[in-house]
Design a protein around this ligand. Structure first.
Ligand SMILES: [Zn+2]
Length: 316
C-alpha cells in the first residue's frame, strides 16, 4: 500500500525560520518528511515552499492538509502577520494554498501545538492542559477535554503581549514579555540582530560570558513569572513548554520552570507539573492534523491516527 493512501490528512508547520511537513504513520509514529527555510516577507516563495514539501511521495495523495501557522487569524480567517514576517498579512491562507485536489485547514501554532501535546504528547491523559510555545515569539493555549480555548477574536493565545512584571533589572522597559523572553529578543539583545542564531547566545553563556548570562536570566525570569500567572489563571492539570527555544534549550526551560515555581504562593498550583513538549519539533504539524480532522468530520482520518488517539484515550 502506498503511504499516501493511508494519510488522508497530513500536516505542515509554518514557523518563523522554517517550514516542516509530515504525517502520522504506522503505529502512530510521527514521520517528518521535509523541511524548507521560511523566506522573510516573501509570500510567493513561502507558498512555493509549502507546495514543494507536499509533493513528497508520502504526502502527495492527501486531500486535506492541516497547517500550523506562526501567527493568528482574525474572525474572518485573515492572517494577522503583524510584522509581515511571511508576506501574508491579511491573506486567507487556506484559500491561497487551495488547489483542485487539496483543502487546507489553517490553525494558529499555539493552538496546533497545544492540541498535539494534549491529545498525543506530554499532556495526553490530562483533562486541562496549558501549552506555552517559546520560539520566534511567545504564545499559549489552554485545552480542555481536547478542545482549545480560542477566544472571542481567535486570540486567546496572546500571553507574549502581556505587560512585563516588575523586575529588578536596570533599564527594563520592554512593552511586552515577548520582547524580553522570546528567541528573537534574546538574539537581538546579545547579537544586535533579531534573526540571529539564539544558540550563539547560549553558547556564550556556557563559556562564561556575563552579558549573555544576564540576558538569558532576565528573559527566563520574565517568562517564568508569566507562566506562574497563567497557571494561577487556568489551573491546569499540567503545563507543557514547546517551541524551538522551549524544547531546544533545556537549561532555559528548566530555569523558567524554577522561576515559575518560585513565584507561586498557592501550594497546589506549585505542584502542577511543567513538562517539555513530548512531540518535540513535530507538535505543531501533528496538532494541525488533529485539528483538521475535527473540522473535516466527513473525511476519514488514517487508521493509524485513529489507533494512536484511541490508544491514548484522548478522543474528545
Ligand atoms: Zn525586566
Amino acid at each position: 500500500m502506498r503511504a499516501s493512501s493511508r494519510t488522508d490528512i497530513v500536516g505542515v508547520d509554518i514557523g518563523g525560520t522554517k517550514i516542516a511537513a509530515g504525517y502520522i504513520g504506522g503505529g502512530g509514529r510521527l514521520v517528518q518528511t521535509g523541511v524548507e527555510p521560511t523566506t522573510p516577507g516573501d509570500g510567493a516563495a513561502n507558498v512555493a515552499a509549502v507546495h514543494r514539501l507536499l509533493a513528497h511521495p508520502d504526502l502527495d495523495g492527501s486531500p486535506v492538509v492541516g497547517v500550523s501557522m506562526a501567527t493568528t487569524m482574525d474572525e474572518n480567517g485573515a492572517l494577522r502577520d503583524p510584522h509581515n514576517w511571511f508576506g501574508w498579512r491579511g491573506v486567507d491562507l487556506a484559500e491561497l494554498l487551495r488547489t483542485d485536489r487539496r483543502e487546507f485547514v489553517v490553525v494558529a501554532d499555539a493552538e496546533a501545538g497545544a492540541v498535539g501535546e494534549a491529545m498525543i504528547g506530554a499532556s495526553s491523559g490530562d483533562q486541562r492542559a496549558l501549552y506555552v510555545t517559546v520560539g520566534t515569539g511567545i504564545a499559549h493555549c489552554f485545552v480542555e477535554a481536547g478542545r482549545p480555548l480560542s477566544g472571542a477574536h481567535k486570540s486567546a493565545y496572546f500571553s507574549g503581549y502581556t505587560t512585563p512584571a516588575r523586575c529588578s533589572w536596570d533599564g527594563c522597559d520592554a512593552p511586552y514579555v515577548e520582547r524580553i523572553s522570546s528567541g528573537t529578543a534574546i538574539a537581538r539583545d546579545f547579537l544586535g540582530e533579531e534573526r540571529g542564531d539564539t544558540r550563539l547566545v547560549f553558547d556564550a553563556a556556557r563559556t562564561g560570558d556575563r552579558h549573555a548570562r544576564q540576558i538569558i536570566e532576565h528573559a527566563a525570569w520574565h517568562l517564568g513569572v508569566l507562566i506562574a500567572d497563567l497557571m494561577l489563571i487556568y489551573d491546569p492539570d499540567s503545563v507543557v513548554i514547546g517551541g524551538g527555544l522551549g524544547t531546544g534549550a533545556d537549561s532555559y526551560r528548566q530555569r523558567v520552570a524554577e522561576v515559575a515555581r518560585g513565584h507561586l504562593t498557592v501550594e497546589h498550583t506549585r505542584g502542577i507539573p511543567i513538562r517539555r513538549a513530548g512531540l518535540g519539533g513535530s507538535s505543531c504539524w501533528a496538532g494541525a492534523i488533529l485539528v483538521a480532522r475535527e473540522q473535516c468530520t466527513d473525511r476519514a482520518i488514517s487508521e493509524d491516527a485513529h489507533t494512536l488517539i484511541s490508544t491514548q484515550g484522548r478522543l474528545p
